[in-house]
Design a protein around this ligand. Structure first.
Ligand code: ADP
Length: 701
């Protein structure tokens, strides 16, 4: 299909118009469905759910779980409501919804009243009253529970890709278990399907069937019996939740593996070499999917690959390099799903967001750096940061699987075979490595008072939970009795960490209005980095000059605000971005988030109301107000200047240095407040502003 046709078809799909070749296309899709390994197990799966409340379904990637199971269940007699299918990431929820809508033969989303399949992700609800299958992110389903804790509109919740073990999926499993145990009353019965390629089936079984959690459960081997349909069925269990286990034999296309003979310490350079080795030697068609750690490494490799491709002769096909990371605007993310133009090979440079659930049509080659950026909480310092880490075996296998979705493929691992063997088996569940205040606030807002005894697949240490509760108390989200406060409820409604949520609420309450200014800054902080790379000293100097008008001596927060405001007012935003060495793409995301946050604040009645900045307020006073709002949420992240010229944190007395990317880099000021810690060769504070110690007294009373 030519590129324009593909774009047109995508648009048609969104607008709800039928495709002219719909019939032929559907026929092909139906045949494709019948060839999937899961097809033969359709009856077994349906029967298992007629007889049980929970089905744990494992099966290799590509066997058809995500696309087929919701369709199998659509006509079941018990299914009088909707089916929710949760995904760890929005891009997966959106593409799966489009694919399943095609297979079902209805338009996707909200455009047509006849649409049976839709999706809902943060900032984008594409469903209609007729939607029967709804793909959602885990976070959205949790958010829906704030309105209706019983999830009453659903007959079935399918929890997909459970092996990723995000905090949200663990919370969801806990809430679903409570619903199934009847602790929260529902009008109609609920069915739950838990699916994954690499999940630990036994511990999930124990989780649902025992009241004491996985550490003290029954042996699943004694509790499930083959029933003649290929699946195993459990006997009654301690919780009275009836759980079936089933496995789909996979049939992924073969993927040929390639390893390095010795480790590399330059993944970008090795990745670049691999891309061009494939591009110059391997036949077309065959697109390449490269897994990298984050926006910065993606942009570096994109630039290098585009430059190198330019230098190749005309006899080599063209290369189209497309980035994919969470902060990329949605329209840019969707570009990866369009076929490459004629005589062109697509190279998609992605973070781990393409690791699961996503089928990128055309991909035959995967290049895996073996690294990912993950959130890690250092409880000793009381701070969370993003760290580049080696991935687990199960992630490496998921990445490899992306090459064999549609045809045989090749996977190039940029590490040795021994390196692969030494990887951890599974990802450490996020709940064991993240700051817990958001998770606990989520529970409190959904009516769980005794959070320490909430059912969790892998409960974190009690001490870590208690620390997070203390933080919520300090943020004013809980009262002295541990009950959620009005402020806490407002914070839980905002799709932000409790600290940033508190900043927004503080701004709405401030004597003089600064909510809109604070939203601008928070929007920037939600996007990875708006400033283009300044790796070398020379590049940094060039950027300093280009951005000199935006620079605010108070530090990064006010500088971000100035940048957003100048961008919003620019006649030609792209030119403005180029001139100031700012990423136009990142700014588009900032504007998206800013719009949504404004709408959400309005919906939550968090507005400036009649307050307007006092005419007599100086720029300094306004800046002080804004920074005080940030301090209310981040007063734990304050460091003061010591006589030896270093900064030491108030909490924990740790030395921190200002990150070179900060506008305050190299400056000395009484005290600094920062948004995050990063660890490279030393401890850096990022997102830094100058504050005064006496402001802390004003704020904390
Ligand atoms: P699983 O959940 O078991 O990994 P899926 O149901 O996601 O499997 O996908 C099954 C197969 O359907 C894939 O291997 C692929 O061939 C096809 N498929 C799924 N989504 C798409 C899509 N968006 N575009 C093209 N093919 C797809």
């Amino acid at each position: 299909m030519a590129r324009d046709d593909a774009a047109l078809s995508l648009k048609r799909k969104r607008d709800g118009e039928p495709h002219p070749n719909l019939q032929a296309k559907r026929q092909k899709l139906i045949e494709g469905r019948r060839n999937l390994p899961i097809w033969k197990q359709q009856d077994g799966i349906r029967k298992a759910l007629r007889q049980h409340q929970v089905l744990i379904l494992s099966g290799e990637t590509g066997s058809g779980k995500s696309t087929q199971v919701p369709q199998f269940l659509l006509q079941e007699a018990w299914n009088t409501g909707k089916i929710a299918v949760t995904q760890p990431r929005r891009v997966a929820a959106i593409t799966l919804a489009h694919r399943v809508a095609d297979e079902v033969g209805t338009p996707c989303g909200s455009s047509s009243p006849a649409s049976k399949v839709g999706y809902s992700v943060r900032f984008d609800d594409s469903t209609s009253p007729s939607t029967r299958i709804k793909f959602v992110t885990e976070g959205i389903l949790l958010q829906e529970m704030l309105r209706d804790a019983t999830l009453g509109e659903y007959s079935c919740v399918i929890v997909d890709e459970v092996h990723e073990r995000s905090v949200n999926v663990d919370l969801l499993l806990g809430f679903l278990k409570q619903l199934l145990m009847g602790r929260t009353k529902r009008q109609k019965p609920l069915k739950v399907v838990v699916m994954s390629a690499t999940a630990d089936v036994d511990s999930i079984f124990r989780f649902f069937t025992t009241t004491d959690g996985p550490a003290n459960g029954l042996d699943p081997a004694e509790n499930h019996l083959p029933n003649g349909n290929g699946e195993d069925v459990s006997k009654h269990s301690q919780t009275n939740i009836k759980v079936a286990i089933s496995h789909v034999e996979g049939r992924q296309y073969p993927v040929n593996m390639h390893y390095l003979s010795k480790p590399t310490n330059d993944l970008i350079d090795t990745g670049l070499q691999r891309i061009f080795q494939i591009h110059c030697k391997e036949p077309m068609p065959g697109d390449i999917l490269v897994f990298l750690t984050g926006q910065e490494s993606i942009q570096t490799l994109q630039k290098l690959a585009e430059e190198f491709a330019e230098s190749l002769g005309r006899e080599v096909p063209k290369l189209l390099v497309l980035p994919l990371f969470a902060a990329l605007p949605q329209a840019a993310q969707q570009r990866i799903f369009l076929p490459a133009p004629a005589n062109t090979r697509k190279v998609i440079l992605s973070t781990n967001i393409a690791e699961t659930s996503v089928t990128v049509p055309g991909v035959r080659f995967v290049v895996d750096t073996g690294k990912a950026k993950i959130r890690q909480f250092r409880s000793r310092l009381g701070l969370e940061s993003l760290l580049v880490k080696t991935i687990s075996k199960s992630s490496a296998d998921q990445r490899k699987g992306r090459a064999g979705r549609e045809a045989p493929g090749q996977c190039y691992r940029l590490y040795t075979e021994d390196g692969y063997k030494s990887l951890e088996k599974d990802n450490t569940p996020e709940i064991l490595r993240c700051e817990l205040s958001q998770a606990l606030l989520n529970m409190k807002a959904r009516g769980v008072d005794d959070v320490l005894n909430f059912p969790l697949l892998t409960p974190p240490r009690r001490e870590t939970m208690e620390k997070a509760l203390l933080q919520l108390l300090q943020l004013g989200a809980l009262d002295e009795n541990g009950k959620i406060s009005k402020t806490g409820r407002q914070m839980a409604r905002l799709p932000l960490t409790p600290s940033l949520g508190r900043v927004i609420i503080e701004a709405a309450r401030a004597e003089t209005s600064c909510l809109l200014e604070v939203i601008d800054i928070v929007a920037c902080l939600s996007v990875e980095n708006i400033f283009l790379n300044t790796d070398t000293e020379e590049a940094r100097e060039e950027a300093q000059i280009a951005r000199s008008q935006l620079y605010r001596r108070e530090g990064d927060h006010l500088t971000l605000m100035t940048a957003v405001r100048a961008y919003a007012e620019a006649d030609d935003r792209r030119r403005w971005s180029d001139k100031h060495l700012i990423s136009h793409r990142a700014m588009q995301s900032v504007m998206d988030v800013r719009k949504q946050l404004r709408a959400q604040c309005q919906a939550a009645k968090l507005t400036d109301g009649d307050k307007t900045p006092s005419a007599s307020a100086s720029a300094e006073e306004v800046a002080e107000n804004i920074l005080k709002c940030f301090l209310r949420g981040f007063w734990n992240n304050v460091a003061r200047l010591c006589p030896d010229g270093s900064y030491k944190t108030f909490v924990g007395n740790q030395t921190v240095a200002i990150h070179p990317s900060s506008f305050l880099y190299g400056r000395k000021t009484e005290a600094i407040m920062y948004n995050e810690f990063v660890y490279t060769n030393k401890t850096y504070a990022r997102g830094v502003s100058a504050v005064q110690v006496r402001w802390l007294d004003d704020i904390l009373g």
